[in-house]
Design a protein around this ligand. Sequence first.
Ligand code: AMP
Length: 391
Amino acid sequence: MNSAVDHAVPAGQRIGVLGGGQLGRMLGLAGIPLGFRFVFLDPAADACASAAGQLLRADFSDTSAARKLAGLVDVATFDFENVPETTARALEETCPLYPASNALGASQDRLAEKDLLCQLGIAVPAYYPVSSRTDLLEGLDRLGYPAVLKTRRLGYDGKGQAVLRDQEDLERAWQKLGDCDLILEEFVAFEAECSLIAVRAQQGETRYWPLTQNVHSNGILALSLPGVFNEALQAEAENQMRKLLDHFDYCGVLTMEFFLWKGYLLVNEIAPRVHNSGHWTIDGAACSQFENHVRAIAGLPLGDSSMTGYSLMFNWIGEMPDQKKLMAVPGLHWHDYGKTARPGRKIGHATLTAASRSQLEDNARRIAEIEGGEFSALLEILNKGDHGFHD
Ligand code: AMP
């Protein structure tokens, strides 16, 4: 369905989304003002995107539900990459899906993803496929300790992975993960983590947001700070992104996550969708990743991806903040996902916007004072490198 289509979807028409989480919700919130209506397919009765449209309750493996969704909408997309490729293909038979199922498939298997990146000449950490204990020992021989053992499929937010520092870690990790197909990666002692988010229209027009520094806590994104890397690094990241966008003849938003190591960019993973590290674009960029994704898949002209000032995003994971205290901080934009709080669950984020870096820094400290220890520690990580708050 996707080949050489110029598929302009008129306002008032419907957009289908495989997945009804907070990313789907924010796509809906961005697309509604443009005149679109949304239908989300998700198994959860309380899928939080349902606040922004109709919910079609079905399992992600239910291909007949995907075909039903195709009949209800004019164009479709997805809000997470673990939708089975067969479901995406079933939908694609009768409805344009952007990005197409080829990009979805490539991002679902860490080994296939890394093989593809290598083929395209994009640098990744050294890796070794593991489907037996012998493979693991061979891999460790080659890569040495420390190393990171990950499941090839269905891992996210640091789930399905373990850092191996010695033989004891190896035994523990093998007990936990040994049943799955795995990949062993060298442990990268990175200077910083960052991501590039791009959007490509049906006819190839492409926009890039500024590289964003990301800080993770227990494998989950905790803080994003855009606009702190120099032009050379931005150009290098865009160059790598372009190879991937062209390879897939991609339409929509694509994210690349990098380790910055000795001044080089190594790709950790790609996500064929809007991304948590781009949430700041709602309040801090002329056109957000969500609006531009909707524009791209609907065949509309893309919006300006430049920053409108300084901004920084904090995630709230597992526990809601004291909203009243938080919202007293100048320049703070609170985004509540309408989800029940649970340990390890992303339930909201806040973007701080400011006219100067020092103002941004002052207000970020105010948030850290309200929220306490861990938030201060996150800011400390930014301050350590050359790529943090200091120009
Ligand atoms: P992932 O699920 O692959 O995005 O991993 C979650 C986080 O774990 C990353 O953002 C890094 O902070 C850390 N991590 C993953 N792989 C590696 C690696 N090969 N070396 C060092 N840290 C890693």
